[in-house]
Write a protein that binds this ligand. Structure first.
Ligand SMILES: Cc1cc2nc3c(=O)[nH]c(=O)nc-3n(C[C@H](O)[C@H](O)[C@H](O)COP(=O)(O)OP(=O)(O)OC[C@H]3O[C@@H](n4cnc5c(N)ncnc54)[C@H](O)[C@@H]3O)c2cc1C
Length: 416
């Protein structure tokens, strides 16, 4: 059992941690950095796991955020396959699962989230899957192969948020017969509006996905493995395996018995600093103060994780960076790129720019708050107005009196 001192300890092996290490090294060329990551792999991009990697179009080696030489050349010590089990805030120390104790000057918490369990009878049956890690995606590859070998090619995805939609589309694209169970009328219920939801549903149906709307999975049934998904309307779906995509949550065990302020996730100021000055938090496990919307911003997206990790790294190394961005992420719906800016929770009504009924996308859904100001834009498919969209959200543009101009794709978007 070792006791060592390291200037910067980064807990978590994802986008936020690796961006933090890069930012620290830009400002502090020599301060010791230790990155502790529970997974065996060094930091990698998870976003292809539900897309190209699941479809076997992307290789494992292409997922990593940095080549191994980067860590060596920049003297960032990697401890993969290791978990931080405790934070001793008064002593500025963390305990590793090896029993080693590491004292720090600055600590980053970038522990991400874990999938929410589906929480129905039968959920512990072995062919119920979640998708978070490379290992999870490899398990799914195996399940697909088994299903193909018996010739039934059936898969059931529960949950039609971002992840559920991506997984359903990818499974359909590799030739599976996919059932998608959604508790609401259309996909992306918490993120997009009716038109976006209807577009996604059409897109999935074109791939052959059968969508079961306004129903919940209430049980997973079968003899030693899931063979049927029981729904709240008493119907059942025969399947070879289930992918549960019903949300994510942080693992709170690390925060227990610490004074680190957290609600659903860890709270930070706009510099990424928690209520404990030597401790920062970034990425999916944190909510950073967002001055633009006057609230803590929690986002579970790749770009946000990198951005907030970078902000923390700069501040930890003595620089000055604050969160002043429009939240943005991209995703893919059955081959179409989708860009989303801003905050869906404030949306009162939506304006459609372009033709939402086209099967190829090329439209934007513009979410407007009760006070007439734009708070979210979802752009589906090919579009050359991205910078303007970002600015319309950034400056919370007031659409009152300009609705027709905004809806007409042949008219320029307002500039002032
Ligand atoms: C399948 C999938 C597809 C996605 N697709 C998109 C997309 O298209 N667009 C998009 O914007 N976002 C997407 N996301 C979300 C995006 O990947 C995340 O927002 C991003 O990875 C978050 O990075 P992070 O560093 O905060 O956390 P994570 O990437 O979750 O990394 C945290 C790491 O910390 C480790 N850890 C946790 N606790 C400890 C501990 N105590 N000690 C040591 N290590 C610990 C975890 O094992 C994990 O490896 C997707 C996510 C998934 C899972």
């Amino acid at each position: 059992m070792d006791r060592i001192h390291v200037k910067y300890v980064l807990v978590g092996g994802g986008a936020a941690s690796s961006a933090c290490a890069e930012a620290i090294r830009e400002l502090d060329k020599t301060g010791s950095i230790l990155l502790v990551a529970q997974e065996i792999s060094r930091p990698y991009d998870r976003t292809p796991l539900s897309k190209g990697y699941l479809r076997r179009e992307t290789q494992k080696r292409d997922l990593v955020t940095q080549q191994v030489e980067w860590f060596t050349n920049n003297q960032v010590e990697l401890r993969t396959g290791r978990r931080v089990t405790q934070i001793d805030v008064p002593r500025n120390a963390v305990l590793l699962d090896t029993g080693d104790e590491v004292f720090y000057d600055q600590l980053l918490l970038a522990i991400g989230t874990v999938p929410k369990p589906i929480g129905v009878i039968g959920a512990s049956l072995p062919n119920t899957f979640y998708l978070k890690t490379i290992t999870d995606a490899d398990r799914l590859h195996h399940a697909i192969e088994i299903s193909r070998s018996v010739g039934s090619n059936r898969a059931c995805v529960v949950g039609a948020g971002l992840l559920g939609v991506e997984v359903a589309a990818s499974l359909a694209k590799v030739g599976m017969n996919v059932d998608l169970v959604q508790a609401y009328a259309t996909p992306w219920p918490k993120l997009g509006g009716e038109q976006t939801g209807a577009f996604i549903a059409r897109r999935l149906k074109a791939l052959g996905v059968r969508i079961h709307s306004n129903v919940r999975a209430v049980g997973l049934e079968g003899d030693g493995r899931v063979q049927r998904v029981k729904l709240s309307d008493h119907s059942t779906i025969p399947t070879d395996f289930v992918v549960a995509a019903v949300g994510a949550q942080i693992q709170r065990d690390l925060l227990r018995s610490t004074p680190i302020a957290a609600e659903k996730v860890i709270l930070t100021d706009e510099r990424g600093q928690t209520n404990i000055p030597s401790i920062y938090a970034a990425g999916d496990c944190a909510a950073i103060y967002d001055r633009m919307f006057g609230k803590h911003r929690s986002a579970t997206h790749w770009e946000h994780a990198r951005h907030t990790g970078r902000i923390c790294g700069i501040n930890m190394a003595g620089g000055e960076a604050r969160y002043d961005s429009v939240t943005h992420f991209t995703t893919e719906i059955a081959g179409l790129v989708v860009n989303v800016w801003g905050e869906g929770r404030f949306v009162d009504h939506r304006l459609i720019r372009g033709n939402a009924l086209s099967d190829e996308g090329g439209f934007a859904e513009i979410g407007v708050s009760t006070d007439g100001r734009i708070s979210q834009i979802i752009a589906i498919g090919r579009d050359n107005e991205h910078c303007r969209y970002r600015d319309l959200v950034r400056y919370r543009y007031n659409v009152i009196g300009k609705e027709e101009q905004i809806k007409d794709p042949s008219a320029a978007l307002p500039e002032d």
